[in-house]
Design a binder for this molecule. Structure first.
Ligand code: GBH
Length: 464
């Protein structure tokens, strides 16, 4: 029996997917080529004062023209998976109308190139680049029409690429779309509101579920999941009130966007705190929303302490700080002053990933999990500093070890790890001033330069 088990274990280990993640708007450039329509992020980046240094994504990494070179870099890394996103405005330029053959051809060629190198495609259908018409005509994610338009667009992608794609990811980090876009006002459409995030979230969840229904009813081969983000929340003290605060923070974060897709309803602590402010699924909707994920993605970067009362030590960033809806959560967040931080001011706390994976594994038993994003931005003003990215190298070693500990020591069903990201790219409102890449490149010098972390990650993959 032991021998059989260990054989099975070895097989499972060998299937672990090592990958890199990216998103269309952040790397492609060529924003007005190939019949691409405008997205809300194009409009936002052209609005003065929104993006650091006034940067735009018009060139970015020019991946649209250089994707073959980039796939070769991935092959050199040894990855077996590539998570990229498909730009909705390339496939359906106006969001709702006729599909664009040039857009379909681009992703079709990308997928073929990946497969030539033995790299499995993990496309994400929506990584925040909403076609403008859905924003201005349908009022974006506040409208159910946008969910319907998304499901239609998803169906076009299943038809076009479903013969070669086995793992689909519907939405990236809906928490960010809802909270940052409709609550904090720092992403398009720039709303600052306490109720809109809940409605936007509701429509995003319906969008996922409608797309999943289209996928399953269409009889496509493969699996469908979602990439939800969550940073770990550690109870500040051993007190029951802090334990509850941390649990509440996690339910309001990962649970918000995952519970409905597994159980058909919002987390109990959200329902308790929000009551009728939380939208409801009709009983018909619940039937196709519940059980609509075959696997879960987790985008994870950092950890904060959570407490029921303002902390005595460490910078207090609640209840109106990061997290948006924290006033509703009734949680105070803080950092340990001893933690080292990246230049995003996110603390490096590798054990947080292991705890986070355990939380996901316990709350959603029987559903495989992939770490769909994890990585670190380092201050890299020049080539030399990029080559000596020791912070990234240590981050990657420690976080991948933490991920594998969750699998090997705790038995969490973790199937893969995708590093964010291959190339330095357009980091949303930070423009090009942040560097998450294993490879350096800038819009003014598109030469790909492998950083130290590139070799570190290559070695981690080689050692499995
Ligand atoms: C991801 O979002 C995006 O998917 C990707 O496009 C982006 O480039 C990448 O990460 C890097 O930013 O205040 O300490 O609690 C990241 C989502 C949500 C992660 C907020 C960090 C706050 C950290 N982020 N979270 S903290």
């Amino acid at each position: 029996i032991c021998l059989k088990l260990s054989e099975g274990w070895t097989a499972m280990k060998n299937e672990f997917v090592w990958g890199v993640s990216s998103s269309a708007f952040q790397i492609e450039g060529a924003t007005s080529e190939g019949g691409r329509g405008l997205s809300t992020w194009d409009v936002y980046t052209r609005t003065p004062g929104k993006i650091l240094n006034g940067d735009t994504a018009d060139i970015a990494c020019d991946h649209y023209h250089r994707y073959r070179e980039d796939v070769k870099l991935m092959a050199e890394l040894g990855v077996t998976g590539y998570r990229f996103s498909i730009a909705w405005p390339r496939i359906v330029p106006d969001g709702v109308g006729a599909p664009n053959p040039a857009g379909i051809a681009f992703y079709s060629d990308l997928i073929d190139t990946l497969l030539e190198y033995g790299i499995q495609p993990y496309p994400t259908l929506y990584h925040w680049d909403l076609p403008v018409i859905n924003q201005f005509v349908a009022d974006g994610w506040l409208s159910r029409q946008t969910a319907e338009a998304f499901a239609r667009y998803a169906g076009i992608c299943f038809e076009a690429f479903g013969d070669r794609v086995r793992h689909w990811i519907t939405l990236n980090e809906s928490w960010c779309s809802a909270v940052i876009g409709y609550g904090l006002g720092a992403f398009p459409p720039g709303r600052r509101d306490s109720e809109q995030p809940y409605l936007a979230a509701h429509n995003l969840l319906l969008a996922h579920a409608m797309a999943a229904r289209t996928f399953r009813e269409g009889g496509f081969d493969g699996q469908i999941g979602i990439a939800n983000n969550c940073d770990w929340r550690e109870p500040l003290t051993g007190a029951e009130a802090d334990r509850q605060a941390a649990e509440r923070a996690l339910q309001f974060f990962y649970g918000w966007f995952t519970d409905p897709l597994v159980f058909g309803e919002y987390p109990e602590m959200m329902r308790e705190k929000l009551g009728c402010r939380l939208p409801e699924f009709t009983s018909d909707e619940r039937k196709f929303v519940a059980g609509s994920v075959d696997f879960l993605g987790l985008n994870h970067y950092t950890t904060l302490y959570a407490s029921a009362e303002p902390p005595a030590v460490g910078c207090d960033i609640g209840p109106n700080g990061n997290g948006g809806m924290i006033a509703d959560q009734d949680v105070f967040l803080s950092v340990d002053p001893a933690w080292v931080q990246t230049d995003m001011v996110w603390s490096i706390v590798p054990w947080g990933l292991r705890k986070m994976l355990n939380w996901v594994g316990e709350r959603y038993p029987g559903i495989p999990v992939y770490v769909t994003e994890n990585g670190c931005s380092c201050p890299e003003p020049d080539v030399e500093s990029a080559l000596n990215d020791t912070m990234r190298q240590e981050y990657l070693k420690a976080y991948t070890a933490s991920c594998l500990a969750a699998r090997d020591e705790d038995g969490v069903d973790v199937r893969g790890y995708f590093c964010w990201t291959l190339l330095d790219n357009f980091e949303w409102t930070s423009g090009y001033a942040r560097h998450f890449g294993l490879v350096r490149c800038t819009p003014s010098d598109l030469t790909r330069i492998r950083k130290g972390g590139f070799r570190t990650y290559r070695d981690i993959i080689a050692a499995n």
